[in-house]
Design a protein around this ligand. Structure first.
Ligand SMILES: Nc1ncnc2c1ncn2[C@@H]1O[C@H](COP(=O)(O)OP(=O)(O)O)[C@@H](O)[C@H]1O
Ligand SMILES: [Mg+2]
Length: 254
């Protein structure tokens, strides 16, 4: 059984104020198995965030079905969807989205504060996740006192504290320098090696080459997909880079 199934998903944005519609996702189907690390690549405007937001249950498809562990999330009512999201989905943003008035530890514990998990258990879980991400010594600091790479690792810890079924990341290294990016990518890779399912949207070939599968999106459809197989990061980097070249060359021919 797949962890995540998308069946003929489309997403059309329409406006109340004009007849213009945008078909951001056209008809996408794919499965993701538990424990996969999947990167999604494509030009700006190709529909990557739209796709990720639907998987995150932040947005609903116009047509098609999304199943998470065989549960059809399209059938979950608006009133129950945020509970489902809080309990199942971890989400990391490009710009971290930490609260500056809370310490690192408080930011990480926030998703559990409104849950029925007791305070002692919350504290145990946050220490554990901070240790895993190598940020335990930062726990009393505020977000503005630490680097971008450290802030993103705090955001990953905040996403991980709920033990999400799926960890989603939209351009997680987009705002970081190469050293911080590499720390964040190693954190995601480490979590995946410990069993976490990860789906990451990225522009970076270096980032994508850490994944085990890359989906290429172009104009709302899947243009291609690559599996790492037994390739090294360097070999996978070359293959991803060549695929992007082909995808962009076709653009120029049109
Ligand atoms: N809320 C929205 N309303 C209308 N159009 C949107 C909205 N969000 C995204 N779009 C459009 O949908 C397309 C895909 O956007 P997006 O998913 O953000 O792409 P990406 O993340 O790949 O850059 C773009 O043409 C974008 O302008
Ligand atoms: Mg985007």
């Amino acid at each position: 059984m797949s962890l995540l199934t998308l069946k003929n998903i489309s997403r059309i944005y329409s406006s109340k104020f004009s007849s213009i519609t945008v078909e951001a996702i056209k008809s996408i189907s794919f499965d993701i198995e538990r424990g996969e690390f999947v990167a999604i690549m494509g030009e700006s405007g190709s529909g990557k965030s739209t796709l990720l937001n639907m998987i995150a249950t932040l947005d609903r498809p116009t047509t098609g079905e999304i199943l998470i562990t065989n549960k059809n999330i399209s059938n979950i009512s608006d009133s129950s969807i945020s509970k489902f999201r809080r309990e199942n989905i971890g989400y990391i943003f490009q710009d971290f989205n930490l609260l500056d008035t809370l310490t690192v530890e408080e930011n990480i514990e926030l998703p559990l504060v409104l849950s029925d998990v007791n305070i002692k258990e919350i504290s145990i879980r946050s220490k554990k996740v901070m240790k895993t991400l190598g940020i335990l010594e930062l726990r009393e600091k505020y977000p503005y006192q630490i680097s971008g790479g450290e802030q993103q690792r705090v955001a990953i810890a905040r996403a991980m504290i709920i033990n999400p079924k799926i960890l989603l990341a939209d351009e997680p290294t987009g705002a970081l320098d190469s050293k911080s990016s590499s720390m964040v990518l190693n954190s995601l890779k480490g979590l995946n090696e410990a069993g976490q399912t990860v789906i990451m949207v990225t522009h970076s070939i270096v980032a994508a080459s850490k994944a085990n599968r890359v989906l290429f999106i172009k104009d709302g459809i899947i243009f291609n997909q690559l599996f790492r197989g037994s390739r090294s990061n360097e070999e996978f980097y070359e293959l991803i880079s060549d695929t992007l070249t082909v995808m962009n060359e076709k653009e120029e021919l049109i």
